[in-house]
Ligand binder design. Sequence first.
Ligand code: ATP
Ligand code: MG
Length: 491
Amino acid sequence: MSILNRRLNDPSGQPPEKRPEPPAARPAAPPSAPPPDIGADRYNHLSAQKLRTSGKVAYLRKMLRPKLLKSVEEADTWMRSDADKVTVITERLKSAMEKVSAEKPEFRLSRDEWEELRTAMLDDLIGYGGIQALVEDKTCSEIMVNGPEQIFAELRGKLLETAHVFDDEEHVAWTAQRIVRPLHRTLDRSNPMVDARLPDGSRVHIVMPPSALQGTTISVRKFPEKRLDINDLVNNATVTPEVAEFLEACVKSRLNIVVSGGTGSGKTTLLNVLSGFIPNDERIVTIEDSAELQLAQRHVVRLETAPAMPGTTNLGILTIRDLVRGSLRMRPDRIVVGECRGGEAIDMLQAMNTGHDGSLTTVHSNNPRDCIGRLETLCLMSGVELPIYVIRRQITAAVDMIIQIARIKDGSRKIVQMTEVQGMEGEQVTLQDIFVYKQPGQRSNEPSPLGGGKLEPTGFRPNFYERLEENGFRIGGRIFGAGQGRIGERN
Ligand SMILES: Nc1ncnc2c1ncn2[C@@H]1O[C@H](COP(=O)(O)OP(=O)(O)OP(=O)(O)O)[C@@H](O)[C@H]1O
Ligand SMILES: [Mg+2]
C-alpha cells in the first residue's frame, strides 16, 4: 500500500495528539539500503481526504523532531534537495529509531511506516514541514496555511484547498521558525508578524497567535522561475496585441505609469513587463520591499528595504521612502518602485515631476479613481503638510496613465482599464478611460468582471498621444476606436 493511501486510511481520523496509544509491536524492518524516494502520490494535493500523518509516525515525528539536530539552528541552511544532508538526517533517524525500538518494541516500524517517518522528518528538519510537497511542485505558485488544518494553494492559476495538513500548531510553529531563523528574523510574542523573502526569492508572510486566531498563518508567494513576459500576457489574453504595442510605446516615450490592482491581481508581473520595455541604455533603479522584479537590462541598480537589525527595534532600517529619496542622488533615468504604500508616494511623485519621467510603480487600489484617492492618502502619510489640492496637482502633473489590472471571476488576470490622468477641473482630478475590458456588445464603460470579454478602446484619444508621436511612434486613431492606422515605430 502506498504511504499516501495508508495515511489516508488512518482510521482514527483524530488530530495526532488525540490519537490512542500506538498499536502493538510489528515486525521490525530496519532500513538498510537507502529507501526508494517517495512516490508521485505525494503531489496529489487535491486528494479527497486530508493527508494526515499516521498515528505512530505522528508521535515519533513530534518526539524526535527536536532531538535529531545538535542545535536548533544546525540545519537552518540545509536544503531538502541536498543529498548529503538527506543522508545525515536519515542516518541520525536510523540510530534514534534503533534506540527507541530497543526500549519500546511497540515503536518498531514497518517499511512503509519507516519511509513515512523518514520523509516527514526530512520535511520538518530540512524542508518546510506540511507544505514541502507544495513548495517542490512547480505548478504551485502560492501557498496559504491558515493554521494546521487548512492549507490552500494556487495550482495552475486556481486557488484550492489542498489535502495537506500540519500535525498540530506546534508543527506549524516549528516550520515558521525554520523559515525565519536563517533570514535572521525573529518571530515571537514581541515580533508576532514577519514579512520576508526566502533565499530563492519567494515572499513569505507569517502571523502568529494570538493575532492569528486559527494558529500560525503562513503565506508564501513563490518566486516564478521565469516571470511572464509581454508575449505570455498576449497569449493568455491579459492584453490584446494592439494594447501590448501601445504599452511599449508608452514606456519608451517615458510616460509615468501607475499600475493599480488588488492583492495578487498581477501588479508586480505587469510592472515587470512594463519595465522590460525600458531601453537598454537607460539607468534604472528598482526599489522594492522584497525584490521580485527580474529585469533583463544591464544597467540596473536593485535596492531592497532592510528590516531592523536583530535584537533592535529600529537600527539599520531602510524604508522604501529612504531608498526613493536616496535613489535621486544615484542619477537614475528611471525609478521603478515595486509598490507605493506609504509616505514614499510624495517622493515618487516629486521624482516623476523633476526629470525622472518614465518612472513606474504600483498602488493597491480597486479602480483608477480609487487609485488617485489612495495616492492622496499616501502623500498625507508622508507627514508633509500640503493642502489637498496641491497634492492633487502634484498627482496630475506626475502621473500620465493608470493601468488597472484585476483577477476576474473566471480566475484569469486582465487589464480592465487604462486611464489617462488628464488634469484638474476645479479641485477634482479629471480621468479619461482609453481602454476598458468589456463583454461583446457591452455599451457601458464599466469594466466587466466576467471572462470572455476584450479590452476595447473607448473612442477617446489620450492627450499624451502627441508625446508618443514625438518619440517616433506613429499612432493612428484606429487603436483608440476611431479612424484608420495602427501603432508602429517610424522608419
Ligand atoms: N497576467 C497574468 N496572467 C497569468 N498569471 C499571472 C498574471 N499576472 C500575474 N500572474 C500570476 O499571479 C500571481 C500573482 O502575481 P503578482 O505577484 O504579479 O501579483 P501582485 O498583484 O503583485 O500581488 P501582491 O498584491 O501580493 O503584490 C503570480 O503567481 C503570477 O505568476
Ligand atoms: Mg506585488
